[in-house]
Design a protein around this ligand. Structure first.
Ligand code: GLN
Length: 199
């Protein structure tokens, strides 16, 4: 990696520590962000998994709506996993108005795999820059991406074709938890996306 990127991990709630560790191992400068001022210097932001209603509430408590608007305006790459992917979506099924951040043109349903499959592991087929590989996917009360706008590209899917890793410009959403396995393919893709936007 040519440049040491500064990665902010949104540390309001959820499994943010695991994300920290992986980006640290990958040689980036990582820090937790929570207060609006702390977002000023970052090259990329991670929104971890957790509970989206709690995260949504805390985003309001910490007055972060405007901060997110600014990040989007500045094309700062954002990577959301699971609850983080829900926060990125423009449309969350059955959620009240203003629940998510509306950053990506996707429609997503929370807890969409039903009680029988609260958590499961499944291979994800990831295609990046013409190369396809299979990585392990851990899904925990995972959401499902139901619809996508034209600008959204599928980078990862399940065997049945369901999209589970999607990208729209600087924004990346995974319905699974790449931070829970040793495979760092998705994090490396995010770093490459940052490289495209932060020269
Ligand atoms: N079910 C959670 C939600 O709706 C997401 C679960 C997760 O992040 N692992 O927010």
């Amino acid at each position: 990696m040519e440049k040491k990127f500064k990665i902010g991990i949104l540390a309001l709630q959820g499994d943010y520590e695991k994300h920290y560790r992986i980006f640290d191992q990958l040689g980036t400068e990582v820090f937790y962000v929570k207060l609006p001022d702390e977002f000023n210097e970052i090259d990329g932001l991670v929104i971890p998994g957790g509970e989206s209603p709690t995260m949504s509430r805390l985003i309001n408590t910490y007055n972060l709506r405007e901060t997110f608007e600014k990040l989007v305006e500045d094309n700062v790459p954002i990577f959301g996993t699971c609850a983080g992917a829900i926060m990125l979506a423009a449309d969350v099924v059955d959620a009240p108005a203003g629940f998510s951040l509306g950053i990506m043109d996707i429609k997503i349903a929370r807890n969409a795999y039903g009680r029988q499959r609260e958590s499961f592991e499944s291979e994800v087929e990831v295609t990046w820059k013409g190369k396809t590989r299979k990585i392990p996917g851990v899904f925990i009360r995972a959401p499902k991406i139901l619809e996508m706008g034209e600008g959204v590209e599928v980078l990862g899917k399940l065997e049945n074709g369901e999209p589970v890793l999607v990208r729209q410009g600087p924004f990346l959403a995974a319905t699974f938890h790449p931070e829970l396995t040793d495979d760092t393919t998705v994090q490396e893709i995010f770093l490459e996306i940052i490289g495209e936007y932060r020269k």
